[in-house]
Design a protein around this ligand. Structure first.
Ligand SMILES: [Zn+2]
Length: 277
C-alpha cells in the first residue's frame, strides 16, 4: 500500500492523505516534456507560488480536439503521473489536437489532500465558483475552442476496481465499453451495482443525471458538458491498488478512448462538428 485511508471522501473535510507530491517539480517536468513533444506551455495562473499550467498542441489540418485534466484532487497522484508518462513516451502525436491541464490543484497535491489548501473541493466548484484555481481554469477553458472529447482523470479510495462516468447527451457513439475492455487487461473493473452512491448502468459504467440544470453542484465534467464538449468521461482508478497498476489502467483507458474517438470521427459523420451548446 502506498497510502493510508483514514476517512471517507464523502466527509466535508477530508483526512485522506496521499504521499505528498511536488507540484513545482512536476510542473517543470511536464513543461520540459511538453516542449520536447511540440506542445505550447502556458501558465494560466499561480496559487501559493505554484504554477497552474496548460499544454496545447495543435495538429495540422482538421483533427479531433481532445481535452484531458488531472490533479484536481491532491490525494490522487496516478492521473498526473499517467499524463506525464504519456507525454514522455510520445503518445500525443498528430492524430489529434491536444489540450491538457495536468495539475489543477497544486496546493492539494503538495499536502496529499483531496481539497485545496483552503479546504475547497475543486470538483464541486464549477457552478458557484469560489476557488481561485477554478476561476483561472475556467478563464483558460473559455479561451479554447469546443472539444470533441473530454477526459477528467481521477482516483477513488473506496472502489474495488476501475470505473467511469459517461456524459453523452447527444448520444454519440459511446466509448465506455472500449475503455473498460482495454482497462480489464491490466486492472479489475468495479462490478458493484452501486458505486459512489450511484446505480451503475452497466458494470463499471455510471451515467449520472447529466442535465446541468438539475445538478446542485457542478463537477468539472458537468461544466464541460454544459459549455465545452459533446461527450465526456470521468475515469476513476482504484486507489487501493499499487500506483503502477493505476497508471497502467489510466494509460489503457486514455489510449482506448482517444483511438476509438479518432477512428469514429474518421468515419463519415458519426460526429458533426462540435459547437458550443
Ligand atoms: Zn478525484
Amino acid at each position: 500500500m502506498y497510502f493510508v485511508k483514514t476517512a471517507s471522501k464523502k466527509q466535508h473535510v477530508s483526512t485522506v492523505k496521499a504521499t505528498p507530491f511536488d507540484p513545482t517539480a512536476t510542473a517543470a517536468r511536464f513543461s520540459a516534456a511538453a516542449r520536447d513533444a511540440g506542445f505550447r506551455v502556458e501558465q494560466y495562473g499561480k496559487i501559493d507560488g505554484f504554477p497552474l499550467i496548460a499544454l496545447t498542441k495543435r495538429a495540422p489540418g482538421l483533427r479531433p480536439r481532445i481535452y484531458m485534466s488531472a490533479g484536481m484532487h491532491g490525494d490522487e497522484p496516478a492521473p498526473p503521473l499517467t499524463l506525464l508518462t504519456l507525454l514522455e513516451t510520445g503518445f500525443f502525436d498528430d492524430r489529434a489536437t491536444w489540450f491538457i491541464c495536468p495539475i489543477l490543484n497544486p496546493t492539494g497535491l503538495v499536502r496529499g489532500t483531496r481539497e485545496n489548501a483552503t479546504g475547497l473541493d475543486l470538483n464541486r466548484d464549477f457552478l458557484e465558483v469560489r476557488a481561485n484555481e477554478t476561476r483561472a481554469h475556467i478563464d483558460w477553458l473559455q479561451r479554447q475552442p469546443p472539444f470533441h472529447l473530454t477526459l477528467c482523470i481521477h482516483e477513488d479510495w473506496e472502489s474495488t476496481g476501475y470505473y467511469l462516468y459517461e456524459l453523452n447527451p447527444h448520444q454519440r457513439p459511446s466509448l465506455a465499453e472500449p475503455i473498460l475492455e482495454a482497462v480489464r487487461a491490466c486492472c479489475p473493473i468495479d462490478e458493484a451495482p452501486v458505486i459512489d452512491g450511484r446505480t451503475t448502468a452497466a458494470p463499471g459504467i455510471i451515467r449520472p443525471i447529466d442535465d446541468p440544470l438539475l445538478r446542485e453542484t457542478w463537477p468539472e465534467a458537468i461544466y464541460l458538458r454544459a459549455h465545452h464538449t459533446t461527450i465526456s468521461y470521468t475515469l476513476e482508478s482504484p486507489s487501493a491498488f499499487p500506483l503502477e497498476y493505476r497508471i497502467a489502467a489510466h494509460r489503457a483507458a486514455i489510449t482506448s478512448a482517444t483511438t476509438r474517438l479518432i477512428h469514429d470521427l474518421g468515419k463519415k459523420s458519426a460526429y458533426p462538428p462540435p459547437s458550443r451548446p
